[in-house]
Design a protein around this ligand. Sequence first.
Ligand code: HEC
Length: 150
Amino acid sequence: MKHTKLMSAFFGLTLAGTIAASAQAEEMAQYSIVDDSIPASLTGKAGDAANGKKVVINRKKGNCLACHVMPIPEEQFHGKTGPDLAGVAQRLDEATLRMRIVDPKVINHGTMMPSFYKTDQHRVLKKFQGKTILSAQEVEDVVAYLMTLN
Ligand code: HEC
C-alpha cells in the first residue's frame, strides 16, 4: 500500500518535470525577413494590444521605458536613449515594427536596443541562456500595442 503511494508520487513528479522542460524549450517561431521587415505574425495570430502595453511597461520583459519616452503618463522615468515612440505607427508599418522588436540589429547593427526574439545573444544569467526575452506571442502583443500609437 505504502509502496504504491510512493510509486505514484514518483510518476507524478516525473510527469511534472516533463511538462516544465517542454514549456522551457518552446520551439522558436520561424519567420522570413523581407526588405528589413517581418510581414507575417510570428504566431499566425493577431496580437493583444492591452497585454502588449503590460509587456512594454514590465521591467523584466520589454522594459521599453528604460530607453524610450512613450505616451504612458501613469509610468514615471522614461529614458531618452531611443526615439520618443509617440506616433510611431505613423512612421513605421507593422512589418517594420515586428522586425524592430524581434531583432533590431538587422536594421542597425550597432544599435543598443536588445533583440527581443533571438536566442544566440550574450545572456549573462544562465537561466536566460538559450531563451528569448519575449515569447512569440508577447512580440505580437507589443507590435499590436505599438500600432495603437498613431
Ligand atoms: C537599451 C535601450 C533600448 C531598449 C530597452 C529598447 N529600445 Fe527601442 N530603440 C533604442 C534605440 C537606441 C533606438 C534608435 C534606433 C536604433 O538604434 O537603431 C530604438 C528604436 C526603436 C524603434 C524605432 C523608432 C523609430 O521611430 O524609428 C522602435 C519602434 C522601438 N525602438 C521600440 C522599442 C520597444 C517596443 C521596446 C521594448 C519592447 C524597446 N524599443 C526597447 C533603444 C532601446
